[in-house]
Structures are given as C-alpha cells and as structure tokens.
Ligand binder design. Sequence first.
Ligand code: ANZ
Ligand code: ZN
Length: 860
Amino acid sequence: MQEFWQYVWERDEVYELDPDVDDPTYVLGMFPYTSGTLHMGHVRNYAITDAHARYRRMCGDDVLHPMGWDAFGLPAENAAYERASDPESWTQACIRRMREELETMGFGYDWSREITTCEPDYYQWNQWLFKRLYEAGLVEYEAASVNWCPDCETVLAEAQVEEREAERSEAATRANGEAEGREVERSETSDGASGEAASREVERVCWRCETPVGRRELDQWFFAITDYAEELHDALEGLEEWPEGVREIQRNWIGRQEGVRIAFEVSEPHDGLAEPSGDEADPRGNGTQGSDAADGTVDVFSTRPETIYGATYLAVSPGQDLARELADADEAVREYVETVRERPPEAVGFSGIATDATAVHPLTGEELPVYVAGYVLEDVGTGAVMGVPAHNERDHAFASEHGLPIESVITPKDATVDVDLEDEPYTGEGILEASGEYDGLESETARERLLADVAAIEEDVTYRLRDWLISRQRYWGTPIPVVHCDDCGHVPVPDEELPVELPEFVHTTGNPLAEHESFRHTECPDCGGPAERETDTMDTFVDSSWYFLRFLSPDLEDAPFDAELANDALPIDVYVGGDEHAVLHLLYIRFMMRALADIGLLEVREPVERLISQGTVLYDGEKMSTSKGNVVAPLEYGAETTRLFVLSAAHPEQDFEWTANNVRGAYDLQQTLYGMATEFVDEGQTRVESEIHDEFVAREIDRTIAAVADEYERFRFHRAATEIQELARLLRRYRAYDRPHGEIYRRGLLTLAALIAPMAPHLAEELWNKLRGDGLVVEADWPEPEADVADYATERRFVETTLEDVRDIVDVAAIDEPARIELVVAPEWKYRVAELAADRADDEPIEGDAIVERAQTAGI
Ligand code: ANZ
Ligand code: ZN
C-alpha cells in the first residue's frame, strides 16, 4: 500500500518545486554522509524536515525540500581497501541503497534537484570557489605543524580532534550530551589554568577512528576563517531562532577574549636578531603575530596586565617567528623546536628551552630571559606570553620546572586567605604590591591606569578560532586546483581547465594521488614548463559548506549557483541536523556565506534562519550506534510506524529512548484511525439525534485543527500527535454513545486524516481515499475550522484544569462523559463544576450560595 502512494506521489510530481518560484519555503535536513545505510539518526532528522515541509505545503507554501549526498571522504577509501574495490563504486552503491531507503520511508523530496558531491559537475564548483577565495586572499599556503592521524594517514582540522579524559569516563560525557561534553572539553583546554584541568589527563583523538592524534609539519592549504572571527562571533547574537546551546558552543569555539597587547623589546647578544625569513606573518595569529624582528619587539597577549611587575620571563611558541629565528642561530633551540612541533600537546607539557635572547621589561627596565616553550600556543593571541608565575597556573608550572623566580605582585584583599606561592599561584583579584607607583591599588583600577599610562600596553581582542585547514592527503576528495612550478610558484589551474578530475583509483599505502604519475606531472599553466599538480584534496566539509546553494539551481552550467535565486531564497527557513555539527559544518557554512558575499557572489551573509538541533535516539540509555551493536534498523518496524514514533516520542531537540513498548503506541494510533475509517465506510451513514454531543464534537474538531497547527508551527510533533489521538478517542466515544455516523463524524475522520498527513502520509492518503474517493491529501489544503474557536479553546482549557483541581475534593473520574461534555459547552461551566464537585463530595445535593461558597473554599 505504501508503495502505491509513493508511486502516485512520484507520478504526480507532488514534491517538485516549480522552477519559477523565486522565494520558496526552504526546508532542509543536513544531507547524509554516504557511509552505507540509513540509521535512526537520519530517520529522525528527515522525519522532522519531511513533516514540516508537508505541513507548510498544506498551508499553501511553495516548499523546497531537496536531498543529496555528501559523498566524498575517508570511509569510502577505507572500504575500497577492505573490499579490494574502488571508492567510486562503493559510494555509488551506498547512494543507491540509501536513496531506496529514503524512498521506502516515504520522505517527500524534490529528487529532480538531487546533488552528489563526488561527481565532477558538483566538485568542479568546489574548485571554482577555491579559486575565487584564493584570488580574494582568503586561501593561504603554509608550513604548519598540524594534527595528524596515523591511522587515517591524514591531517585533521582542529575541530576534528576530540579530547577525551584518558581514563574515559564515558557515562559522564554521554549524560551531558555530546555537545555539552565538547563545550566542557573546549573550555578546559582554553583555560588550562584551573587547577582541576591541570591535574586531568586529556587525550586528543581522531574524531573518526579515535586513534590518538600526533603532530606533523607539512605544507598545507587553509581557508582564512579567522578573518571572520569577530563577525562570526558578534552575529551569533542575532541568530534568535538557533538553539542557545549551539550558539554557546560556537561562541566558545571562536573564543573571543578581551585583553591587552604589551610590546617587549628583545635583543640577542651574539649577532643581533636574524633578518625575518621572508615568510609572511602567520595568518593564523589573527593578524596579531607578535614578532617583529625588524624593530626587535615582541608583543605578548595578556588578560591581566596589572600583573606586569610580576613578569619574570618571556616565552614564545615554537611556531612563532622569533622562535624560528632563534632556532636558526642556536642548534639546541632548533632541536627543541623541531621535536616539539612533531608532538601532541600532552607530550609537550611544560617543556621549554632558554635562549640567548633577553627582553626588556617596559616598566622596570629589567632584563628578562626569553624561552621557547611548548605550552605557549602558536595560534592564540600573539603566540607569546609574559610569564607571571605568581598569578597564573601555567606560568607557575613552567617556572617551577625551570627554576624561574616567582614574584608576588597581587595580594588578596581578605588577609585571612592563605597564599603559599611556592605551592600554587594566587590567581584572584586583589591589591597590588611590589609594583612601583601602582602599589596599593585594586587590580581593576591598576589595569585601567596601566592601560592609560604605558604606551607599550594597548587594548586588544583575540580569538581562539584557527584557520580552516582544508588539505587532506587522501584520494577521495576534490583535487585542489593548483599546480606547483619551480619557476612560477603556485599557479591556480585556469577556470577553463576545470574540473581537475580525479584520476582512476590506485591501491597504495600512501596518498594515491601522489603515486599517480600521470596525474601528478603536468605543465605549468603560466610558463608551460614541467610542473607538479597539488596532490592534496579538499576536506569534505568544503563540499558541504555551500551545497544548499546548489539545490536552488542544480543544473546550472556556468556558475555554482544562481545569485539572484540565492538572494531571494536564502536564508534557509528551517535547517535540521545533529548537534555534533555545532562547530564544524555550522560554522563553515556561516563563514562560506560571508566569504561569498564579500567576493560579490551573494548578498545574504547568514545561511540559516531557524536551526533545529535534533536530539539523540537512545537504546537502553545509550546512543544507538553500530559500534554499540544496539541499532534498530529504520525499516524493522515499518516506515510509517517508525516515522510516527520518532516524531511523537519527544520534542525534536530532546533525546528519547527507543523501546518496543513506545513504538507500539505509534502503531496503535494508525490501527485505530484505519479501523475507524473502515468501519465508517462499511456501515454507511446512520443518524441519531444527540444535540449536545454534536455541538461539542464540532467544536472539538475545530479546536484540534487550531491546536495541531500551533504545535506544527513550533515543531512540537509529539504534542500534535497527542491532540490527534485525543480527537480520535473523542470520536470513538461519540460513536459509542450515540452511534452517530453522520456528517460531523465524517468531518472528524477527514480532519484526522489531514492532521496526521505531515507525520504519517501513507496512512493519511489511505484514509482520505476511503472517505472521499478522490484527490491526494498531500495536495490538500490544511483544514479550516468552521467556527472561531479561540474563546472556546481557552474556556475548555480552563474547565480541564479546574476539573483537575477538583480532583482533591471529589472523584472527578466519576463524572460521566455527558456531564463532562456538558461542562465544557455550557456557558455557566464554572458554576456547574462547583456544583458537581459539591454534589460528589456530599452525595447530597446542595444548592445556591452554599455551592459557590464551597467552590471558593476549594479555591475554584
Ligand atoms: C599574563 C598573565 C598573568 C596572564 C596572570 C594570566 C594571568 P586565560 O586567562 O587562560 O583565558 N596566554 C596568552 N597567549 C597565550 C598563548 N599563545 N598560549 C598560551 N597562553 C597564552 O588566557 C589569557 C592568558 O593566557 C593571558 O593572560 C596569557 O597569560 C595567556 F596573572 O598574561 B596572561
Ligand atoms: Zn611555471
């Protein structure tokens, strides 16, 4: 039966959006990664968008609800090795299977817009966009110490590295939900200063295979997302229809920090500072890279400038320009820098090396030693710090390990607070001491005064966000359209030569593209000389950073998207996906839109108006996942039951538990509705007068229409399902009392069909067809209430709650059906509730004022 309706929908092209519509209601679920087969997370995600799209369509909107495939990436390549096959065939097989599963579920997509990111007619536009970003200065090529997964044999973006407690308290992380877990992890890394974090063993692992991540130094391609750090941060404020949790995770990830920049003069005794190596300043330092060797100053970033008199050394990150210069001049420093850059942070610890250089304290003129230290992060602030061991956890740890002086400059206001600086730093606010003319000031005042007085101290804001590393040393991705020429440097492949197509797959241990002689060797587009192609491919998150634009004009041949259409259709009205994408995908699309806007390809800067971050489907308290072996296949219970259940089990943003019992409820509801319609059709219309019931039921039908619409508007499918269930129950009681198979009953059944159509479309078509004999419910209008039910709905709610209140003094359950109905429709309902209550309590009717009095006593 389901296949029948799916066939009809397809035949009538009911989900295809007219290409002339310029501002559709754009409803989108994050397209699936083609890793094999649909899982329950997909089903939940797509059931939400599907129900919403169907509801909006019934309300008369032109709805765009497309689907495609995020088809590049490592699993295909790994599967190819395992099965001695190739990534292309494996991926295409996955796509066929997953598309069939989506169709079996009855999701209503406009398949005429299907896109597949691993096909040249899609990925050529990744290359084209890469070039536009490159021309706009938003692409960098840098030698960088990067995260390296030894198992996947590729580089990982910072956001693809997960932090775990070494002993792995999994239960705790799960209980917090993935997203919160990440947030906690992140804030602890960025604030290693807290005592707890310092004592905690954190392991950095690959997000995909959970192998501990190492470091490697490689030449890499980056997108300059840090150019947008400030805007990405500030604009979060305006994303009112995003869950606060996701905004908070992005805020933490971008990591805005207000502080100061302090310039220290640095000198090296031997031969002065080496000339800058000619490298451009590192773009990942937010444009605030501190070393400026030419005039011999190093900027440090600090949030506590008032501790400056307590600075006993200066430390620079091993990746910082000054460190590289010092390494050139000093063998020992060079060795340290090299080893430390190949190591994961937890192996670096508080190691460091003293250099010959000294820094001049801007206030005391004292000479401070300069260290290269692994705990100073290259991409944070200026990549250099002033070490204040007395008041900063990390500096304290470093100083203790290297025998550096610990000098107190802040004492707590409360003299009873015990401070033992040998043991641990005092990190709170307080009163300044040993700070020259600032002695005796409170730290906050001192901060302001120093900023005003000292030219070397300037206000500064820094962001922890790093540039987006897009290079992957893998085959199954978009080739980066660049040629390396000995004479001309990096030369982008001319537009007319795009796409740079992936050559045939070869089985090899390393990067198949690097082994592909005919791919690798080419001609320089500039000078025609021999040159080598870039063999890195793009991170798959590049593919998904703009795919929603392609759905608007999937067949466009001369551009990635139609700008006019995009300006009209965007932002996406409703975007639904898992919260594991809170910082990867959802940050990249916000960056990409802004970059495209600044290049002049678009006018909209924010891609998503309303974001729904769907909760997890649990089984026995754990996330359903293949690795846990607790997966329920989406089709095990039948498409309709599954979709109805995942929608009715909980609010989309909440987790819920998959239990056979709960699923049963969704199944029963369908059976009930189906049974009612069948019986009605079989028995034909009969009519018995029952005025009071007719009026009540008619009003209830109207009220339910309004209530369900309201729930759908707010994505509260679970409450919509409850309303539908209640109306069905009422209609059954209605029939049981009076056997009134009349017009009102029929309208009730038709209404139920329409109301449930967004969630259970096959069933709805079936009911619609039985009761009407023609037309499709997917194309029907949302039902109109016959009467204005606003007042009635309020009244009814009042009566229902009042009845609840009466529970304390009488057995309300004992109030029989007609009496209840009478209560709800009667104009003097308030009085009647009291009367009934009194009646039941006494078993002896009482009258008039006594009733009212008693009702008042009962607080009614
Ligand atoms: C001196 C100082 C004294 C600092 C003091 C703090 C307390 P929090 O506070 O952890 O959020 N910092 C700056 N750049 C850094 C880098 N690239 N790598 C590692 N640490 C860096 O972060 C702000 C502090 O982190 C800064 O303020 C700086 O140490 C350190 F009593 O400067 B502070
Ligand atoms: Zn050349």
